[in-house]
Design a binder for this molecule. Structure first.
Ligand code: NAI
Ligand code: MG
Length: 486
């Protein structure tokens, strides 16, 4: 029942020049690979965007060798203030080419242009600026008087924030003096390859950053490579466990940023309209493809009806459709596989007895889509309250007392993030002390800043990214034994 309609306002895709096929970015150049090719599609239209190279074991080997050489000869010995100049230059080029990056990210990922333009790409530039500032100040970061880089970092990233995750990985590693082999996700490789173009434009010395595209096999080859000194992974808990098993007994520093099932807790004294906006941002931002998404809403019983009623009213005004349209709130699901997973879990919610609600909303005929969905009457044993759905699906549970809120919020194997909505500062602090989550947002949700550390507890992984803390995984304290591969 929309009283208002919007004329289409599509962003032009002319700013993006797609090649029909892409090689691997190794030693400063695009090169052919040995492992064949795969296609990447626009999930909103199913149109094939480009062919991308699948890096085989030999290609990963070449990339690690290039990174090792660049570390030994160029980047490792370079003074921090010189490394900083490159990082500043990359940050400025990202800003200059931000529209191109945003449009390409939206085409390859399916996220609304409003988000890639206003959230992802500005944060990418901000991360490079932030870590550029650290490159010549590492002695004051709190990791000893003369911290040293580790060497070659292998970095594996997911598809939900393709370019932002690349920035979270590359910027601190480079600032600390490491060289990198980055593996983007198989459904979203294109923005990292455009970043490679920007790195060339910035005259970054060859081999400092290498990008190997491919799927799980390519990731496995990178994990197994003995020439890697440091591994950073963001993705599913399942693969995180596999990586941990693979590196057990090896001398490699590991950080894992894995799944989540965050509680977003609304107390009866919270400003309800603001809280509802926070809930929408918490679970429907990026189609819910967010590891720290507020996928479990815990509402104090006395305001539960008022909150769910206003939430449903608000959801009726969300616009789902063409991700390149500047008015779009909800874009496409990233892949057919992810859509199948969301669909299956939502079915289980209805099957286990929760009440499913969706706004009236027409789905486009082509592409992968799932409407915003709210389950009420959810109990803690339901799969939709326990498993990461990674889609636009919210499970609503209720509580009576603050103690019960804490108990339910912490009743999960994950521990990445949480949200608290209340008028009382003392209650925010009381809750923040008790919630077992790496990030606790107070009267807001899904807020990111390069100065702020991010990371998990329990099955959400370990290690922190962002800020001063984000340097630690890429540094060895002075006097620490030499870390070498193998
Ligand atoms: P995934 O964990 O399989 O993929 C993440 C990255 O790891 C990709 O680059 C992939 O190619 C790579 N990879 C896959 N298998 C590997 C292996 N054995 N060794 C090394 N690298 C490997 O995640 P997927 O399959 O795309 O999504 C499955 C579920 O995982 C999602 O439904 C969601 O619940 C969760 N997920 C969580 C993310 C987070 O940010 N916490 C990100 C992506 C997925
Ligand atoms: Mg996978």
């Amino acid at each position: 029942m929309n009283e208002w309609t919007y004329e289409p306002a599509p962003e032009s895709r002319d700013i993006v020049t797609l090649r029909s096929s892409y090689g691997l970015f190794v030693n400063g150049e695009f090169v052919d690979g040995t492992g064949g090719a795969f296609k990447t599609v626009n999930p909103a239209t199913e149109e094939v965007l480009a062919e991308v190279t699948q890096a085989g074991t030999e290609d990963v080997e070449r990339a690690v060798v290039a990174a090792r050489h660049a570390f030994d000869e160029v980047w490792g010995p370079m003074p921090g203030k010189e490394r900083a100049k490159y990082l500043y230059r990359i940050a400025r080029l990202i800003q200059e080419r931000s529209r191109e990056l945003a449009v390409l990210e939206t085409m390859d990922n399916g996220k609304p242009i409003r988000e890639s333009r206003d959230v992802d790409v500005p944060l990418v530039a901000a991360h490079f600026f932030h870590y550029a500032g650290w490159a010549d100040k590492l002695e004051w970061a709190g990791y000893g008087p003369a911290p040293r880089p580790l060497g070659v970092a292998g970095q594996i990233i997911p598809w939900n924030f393709p370019l932002l995750m690349a920035a979270w990985k590359l910027a601190p590693a480079l600032a600390a003096g490491n060289t990198c082999v980055l593996k983007p996700a198989e459904t979203t490789p294109l923005s990292a390859l455009l970043l490679a173009d920007i790195l060339q434009q910035a005259d970054l010395p060859p081999g400092v950053v290498n990008i190997v595209t491919g799927a799980g096999e390519t990731g496995r080859a990178l994990v197994a490579h003995p020439g890697v000194d440091k591994l950073a992974f963001t993705g599913s808990t399942e693969v995180g466990k596999e990586i941990m098993r693979a590196v057990a007994g090896r001398r490699v520093k590991l950080t894992l940023e894995l799944g989540g099932k965050a509680a977003n807790v609304i107390f009866d004294d919270a400003p309800i309209d603001q809280a509802v906006e926070g809930v929408v941002n918490g679970i429907f931002f990026n189609q819910g493809h967010v590891c720290c998404a507020g996928s479990r809403l815990l509402v104090q019983e006395s305001v539960a009806d008022a909150v769910t009623e206003r939430l449903k009213r608000r959801l009726q005004s969300l616009r789902l459709g063409d991700p390149l349209d500047k008015n779009t709130d909800i874009g496409a699901i990233n892949s057919a596989e992810q859509l199948a997973k969301i669909t299956e879990l939502a079915k289980s919610g209805a099957g286990e007895g929760a009440a499913q609600w969706q706004p009236e909303c027409a789905l486009p005929e082509r592409g992968y889509w799932f409407p915003p969905t709210v389950f009420t009457g959810v109990s803690q044993s339901h799969r939709i309250a326990r498993e990461e759905i990674f889609g636009p699906v919210l499970s609503v549970l209720t509580f009576r007392t603050p103690d019960e809120a804490v108990e339910k919020a912490n009743n999960t194997p994950y521990g990445l993030s949480a949200g608290v909505w209340t008028d009382k500062g003392s209650r925010i602090l009381w809750m923040a002390q008790r919630l077992r989550a790496g990030v606790v947002w107070a009267n807001t949700f899904n807020r990111f800043d390069p100065a702020s550390p991010f990371g998990g507890y329990k099955e959400s992984g370990f290690g922190r990214e962002g800020g001063r803390h984000g340097l630690e995984p890429y540094l060895a304290a002075a006097g620490a034994a030499e870390v070498t591969g193998g």
